[in-house]
Design a protein around this ligand. Structure first.
Ligand code: MGD
Ligand code: MGD
Ligand code: SF4
Ligand code: MO
Length: 691
């Protein structure tokens, strides 16, 4: 591997992109070798700290299994190294041929969590729309959009990262911050040191729950009932922000009427959270409002009715007066860079974005096609054929639900191109693999919207023979004939110059601000002086937009199917994907020192359930759902660690993909999200522990 570094020796500040938190780091270089990653002091996002995964960027960069040359799959299933130019020629010829035969929409592009959001997402959209297809897909068919939509439908925006440190009460639901967003912990600690209270709602114990004032374990998928119980309590006791409601909200009467039935007793019956605990949480809200942060995590969105739970929580925030508060919901102002995404230039003659008919809100608001529906189109069950897919930084053969179907669908494609570092489950099915660049090999703009802060990352190194994502889209676009028009910039720095042009900021200037550049001080209430960015210009407690689409006008609570119609064959409910500290979805299993910590997959189970099934810690069990089965080791937890009746399995294992068990056809009607966290399963012991 031949590496050229940006300076022969020295320290280059940039951002860690091993996760979306984007901590500031220093990359150390000695004689053209990347030797270390340490925290950059002075960036408010991580305040001089990084997590172990940050340092592992170098394990990936120099990994012995890293793919360094384009690969082509032969008929016998093996891969052959081919020159990059040949790969581009063949891929673009196949795309052109598919376009001629089936239309541009027969080819899609898909960005995965490996690329995150922001600029890399925009390149993928620009590329596939430039080709003429509306079919842009991403991991956001199962991530983030549920929360985005839940907030957006009420307020017209989502402030994902409130200033927790300024809250007097923090309510966390379905999230595990020390594992998933380590810097949040400092903010919680700051808030706590000033007397803030903390409530954690999760069927599974996590490190934050251990020191929360209230920790309640609901049945999975029932947070909506809790949210409504709290709404009812605030309204009934007349302890809500009535000025705010009068000035900004529509639909208050409707939610007040709907909330009636959510008495503490009813909430207890639905969610398993004791009625008196519901009242205690309501009292905390009343005492501490409006300085309240209510934060739902991924644990709330992977459900049949997840968006409505999140909508109800957003309404609860509004009622508590958190709108326009630093610790609550405020609407940051953008810097005003140029837009890379040519939505308006979508070719009108190539309609039918996949999934837009089934999940119109997802497409309308997020312009996302739906990955689960894409599998049906690949298998010939759609309105038109989907024959080609370019996947960048995604591993859907592990991470999408119903992986047996995913494998069948991907195998049926005429063209599958995968851009990745490693031979993943998905990459093994590709016709072509293009070697991927790490984040250390690209320059991109990053926004921390709620701080109104912008950073630029540095291209710390180049690896011979590897083009970064931007350059791959650039190269393919040139081969396909729309490069001159849509990808005129020869490299990422040129793109960044173009993006920044209207702002008066420059790439050179931003490079001088590794701590990020605050482009405007925050005015937390400014957005409240005008119309809110919803269709009515008001807070939509009841949504006429959703009603017109035949969806629930108020965010109704529906008990999850496993509770409404229990099936004796599947008496347990499985949640999946509670994150592991050193693993990142399907990533990092090939970093040995991480693997030593997380050697294999396990099914967490409550000791009473384990005893009923005759299962001891370490025994092998078979887990069965409507769509598949998985053999896995049982880990019997302490009674407090997991609600009885619930089992949990991590989702990223290449060798034990729990998504063989998750259905792809049970979806939230608003976001289209799959049911990943309340899957009915049956469990049987098959073998004693070998130790
Ligand atoms: N180390 C590490 N960090 C990560 C990731 C990773 O893979 N590894 N992934 C990143 C990504 S892409 C994402 S989206 C975020 C997700 O990060 P978070 O939003 O923090 O979500 P999770 O860690 O998935 O936590 C889900 C929690 O929800 C709980 N849960 C499940 N069902 C329910 C329910 O019905 N109600 C309630 N109240 N709780 C429920 C689970 O027990 C679990 O503790 O993490 C990011 N950070
Ligand atoms: N059952 C269950 N399934 C889930 C979830 C769950 O909780 N439960 N969570 C869902 C969520 S929230 C998410 S976000 C998805 C994530 O699902 P995916 O989008 O499939 O993400 P990863 O598994 O992280 O796969 C990312 C791939 O990108 C590669 N990669 C990493 N960095 C780069 C890069 O810079 N460039 C390129 N080209 N490649 C790179 C990695 O090697 C890896 O193979 O999974 C979802 N699936
Ligand atoms: S939390 Fe860890 S992996 Fe994520 S950006 Fe920060 S250092 Fe990197
Ligand atoms: Mo995610």
């Amino acid at each position: 591997m031949k590496v050229e570094t940006v300076v022969p020796s020295g320290v280059v500040p940039t951002l860690c992109r091993m996760c979306e938190t984007r901590c500031a780091i220093n990359v150390h270089i000695k004689n053209q070798v990347l030797t270390d990653i340490t925290p950059f002091e002075g960036h408010p996002i991580n305040r001089g700290k990084i997590c172990p995964r940050g340092g592992a960027a170098l394990d990936l960069f120099y990994h012995m299994d890293r793919i360094l040359t384009p690969l082509k799959r032969l008929d016998n299933g093996s891969f052959k190294e081919i020159p990059y130019e040949q790969a581009l020629d063949e891929i673009s010829a196949k795309m052109t041929s598919l376009k001629k035969r089936f239309g541009a929409r027969s080819v899609g592009a898909w960005k995965g969590e490996g690329l995150g959001f922001h600029q890399q997402e925009a390149y993928v959209r620009r590329f596939i729309h430039g080709f003429g297809s509306p079919n842009y897909f991403s991991n956001d068919s199962a991530c983030y959009n549920g929360r985005y939509l839940g907030n957006h439908l009420v307020c017209g925006f989502w402030n994902a990262f409130p200033e927790f440190e300024r809250a007097k009460l923090i309510i966390l639901l379905g999230t595990n911050p020390p594992i998933c967003h380590p810097p949040f912990m400092r903010e919680f600690a700051d808030a706590r040191s000033q007397g803030a209270k903390l409530v954690m709602i999760d069927p599974r114990l996590n490190p934050v729950a251990c020191y929360a004032d209230i920790f309640a374990q609901p049945y999975p998928g029932t947070d909506g009932a809790l949210a409504w119980g709290l709404i009812r309590y605030l309204i009934k006791t007349n302890n809500y922000d009535s000025d705010l409601v009068d000035r900004y909200a529509i639909g208050f009467d409707k939610i007040a009427a709907y909330a009636e039935k959510f008495t503490p007793e009813y909430v207890q019956q639905q969610s398993g959270i004791y009625g008196y605990v519901v009242e205690e949480i309501a009292q905390l809200i009343i005492k501490n409002r409006p300085d309240i942060s209510i934060y739902p995590g991924a644990g709330l969105e992977h459900h049949e009715n997840g968006v409505n739970s999140i909508r109800a929580l957003t309404i609860l925030s509004c009622l508590s007066g958190a709108l326009g508060q630093p610790s609550g919901m405020f609407r940051p102002e953008p810097l005003g860079i140029r837009d890379l995404i040519p939505f308006d230039d979508l070719p009108p003659d190539d309609p039918g974005p996949i999934g837009a008919d089934k999940f119109p809100v997802l497409y309308d608001i997020r312009r996302e096609c739906h990955t689960m529906t894409a599998m049906d189109y690949m298998l010939g069950k759609g309105e038109y054929p989907l024959k080609g897919m370019i996947l960048a930084a995604a591993n859907p053969a592990v991470s999408n639900p119903n992986t047996r179907k995913v494998a069948k669908a991907l195998a049926s494609l005429d063209l599958l191109v995968v851009n990745d570092f490693f031979m993943t489950r998905t990459a093994r099915m590709a016709h072509y693999i293009l070697p991927a660049a790490t984040f250390l090999e690209r320059e991109e703009l990053h926004f921390y919207p709620t701080q109104q802060r912008v950073n630029i990352t540095r291209k710390v190194a180049r690896v011979e023979g590897i083009r970064n994502e931007y350059l791959i889209w650039y190269d393919l676009a040139q081969h396909l004939g729309f490069g001159e028009n849509l990808f005129p910039w020869k490299e990422d720095t040129e793109v960044n110059r173009w993006l920044l042009e209207p702002t008066g900021l420059t790439v050179d200037k931003l490079r001088q601000y590794p701590q990020g550049y605050v482009y405007k001080p925050i005015d937390y209430q400014k957005f409240l002086s005008g119309q809110l960015p919803t269709p009515s210009g008001k807070l939509e407690f009841a949504s006429p937009y959703l009603q017109r689409l035949g969806l629930s006008e108020v965010p109704e609570y529906h008990p999850p199917a496993y509770r409404q119609e229990p099936d004796a064959n599947y008496p347990f409910v499985m949640t999946t994907g509670a994150r592991k500290s050193l693993l990142y979805h399907s990533r990092h299993q090939n970093i040995q020192r991480f693997r030593d910590v997380h050697p294999d997959a396990e099914m967490e189970i409550n000791p009473a359930d384990a005893a009923d099934l005759g299962i001891a810690d370490g025994d092998k069990v078979r887990v069965v759902s409507r769509v598949g089965e998985l053999v896995i080791r049982a880990a019997v937890k302490h009674a407090a660690e997991l609600r009885q009746g619930v089992v949990e399995i991590y989702h990223g294992w290449e060798d034990w993909p729990v998504n063989v068990l998750t259905p792809d056809d049970i979806n939230d009607p608003i976001s289209g999200f799959p049911l990943l966290k309340a899957v009915p399963v049956g469990i049987e012991k098959i073998e004693d522990s070998v130790t």
